[in-house]
Design a protein around this ligand. Structure first.
Ligand code: SF4
Length: 182
């Protein structure tokens, strides 16, 4: 609780208001702005939208060679159109707002190793209402704990991974998911 209040105070003094510019949901010039999403979050979006896993998420593109052959990646990210997240509408509104991932709930803030990190955003420095700062702080802590739990479980799954030389997989907290084989 003390941590939440301290973070909220830092957020309040930094200042932030979402300007609805859609920048954090858009595809950057360098093909950046990948929105990482965990397996439980994908399941929540599936429940919310009725859409299939593959319609929601794609493998994080940074593939690594596996011992003994094959390739793997350790994350999923939200699917994108040529310009933005598939869930961003033409008015820069999130169409899955109640089920959006924690990374979207906390951006441009994150709690990293107990301290507040602030990422680039044109809304930084704007006024933040008291309740918003408390809510963002709570979500930052929830995200930090969820990511640690997810990483721990993914690490356990990773130890069980055995890929053939021609296989490619995403390793997540649910298992080793083969996405193609030559
Ligand atoms: S899920 Fe919603 S908030 Fe997150 S990147 Fe997509 S449109 Fe933006």
């Amino acid at each position: 609780m003390e941590d939440t209040h301290r973070l909220a105070e830092e957020i309040r003094s930094t200042g932030f208001t979402c300007l609805m510019c859609g920048g954090c949901c858009s595809r950057g010039d360098d093909d950046g702005n990948l929105v990482l999403v965990s397996a439980p979050e994908i399941r929540a979006i599936m429940d919310h939208t009725g859409r299939a896993w593959d319609d929601i998420a794609e493998p994080y593109p940074d593939m690594m060679p596996a011992e003994g052959g094959g390739e793997f990646t350790l994350a999923w990210c939200l699917r994108r159109t040529k310009t933005a997240c598939i869930f961003l509408d033409k008015n820069n509104r999130c169409t899955i707002y109640p089920a959006r991932p924690l990374i979207c709930r906390t951006y441009p803030f994150a709690r990293e190793e107990g301290t507040l990190s602030v990422y680039a955003c044109p809304g930084i420095g704007q006024n933040t209402l008291c309740n918003e700062a408390e809510t963002i702080a709570e979500e930052c802590i929830r995200r930090d704990l969820a990511e640690a739990k997810d990483a721990e479980r993914t690490g356990e799954v990773f130890k069980t991974m055995k890929l053939g030389p021609d296989e490619c997989a995403v390793v997540d907290s649910e298992g080793v998911k083969r996405i193609w084989a030559k």
